[in-house]
Design a protein. Structure first.
Length: 236
């Protein structure tokens, strides 16, 4: 139309994607969750260099959205961002591992104690998570042990009835730890670790908070002993 005003092109609005809990996620949160999930499924490994152009093409997002997601992950200790080194998936040294296990032990102990007070039908939900862990390690299904572990802790926190526990517990950092040491673990060590979940579940089912806390502390002590046996390159 001659001399007319050209109509503006409507802005594209990002469509929120629901997360597993049904809550809508924006682009930044969705990308951050994809990277977290990639660590659990070994698509990303500790120490890996993240190339921005590759990720923007792979995830079909803008560079600004990717960088915002990476800044969130940097704040959570999942990636490290350096001006000259670029962005990498974090690796944990021995001190970071010790600090992480200390915090996790306290929070999981609290969850286990609280879970013993839940109704019996809720406490029995842990059985399914433990059974899935055993099937995954024994090759009965194609389950990923790290995803099974996540299910166990998600179930434990849900049973505990404290909504703040999953928010404050550094499970994504725990995923980094597990992904980092997994190549150095034997199948037997992984199996023994999974047995610890079963002992925690049994203690929670008993309804005895003292037993539940003792099972958690024994599990984390066994984890520390396993870390002591790792070769130096596993915790550098």
């Amino acid at each position: 139309m001659s001399g007319g005003v050209k109509p503006k092109t409507p802005k594209r609005t990002a469509v929120a994607t629901p997360d597993p809990d049904g809550r809508a996620m924006g682009t930044t949160e969705r990308v951050a969750e994809i990277i977290r999930q990639g660590i659990r499924t070994s698509q990303f490994v500790p120490g890996q260099h993240l190339v921005e152009i590759d990720l923007t093409q792979r995830l079909q997002i803008s560079r600004s959205s990717l960088r915002e997601a990476l800044r969130h992950l940097n704040g959570d200790g999942i990636v490290s961002m350096g001006r000259y080194r670029g962005t990498h998936i974090c690796r944990l040294d021995r001190r970071a591992i010790d600090d992480l296990l200390e915090v996790l032990e306290q929070l999981v102990s609290l969850a286990a104690r609280r879970a013993t007070k839940a109704p019996l039908e809720k406490r029995r939900l842990l059985d399914a998570a433990v059974e899935a862990s055993g099937k995954s390690l024994n090759g009965v299904d194609n389950g990923n042990p790290m995803l099974v572990r996540q299910t166990f802790y998600d179930t434990l926190f849900e049973i505990s009835g404290n909504d703040e526990l999953p928010r404050v517990t550094p499970l994504s950092r725990a995923d980094l730890f597990r992904a980092q040491i997994r190549p150095y673990q034997s199948h037997e060590e992984q199996r023994k670790h999974a047995e610890g979940y079963g002992l925690i579940a049994q203690a929670v089912l008993s309804g005895d908070p003292v037993k539940a806390e003792a099972a958690v502390r024994a599990h984390f002590e066994a984890t520390r002993q396993m870390v002591d046996r790792l070769p130096p390159q596993a915790v550098e």
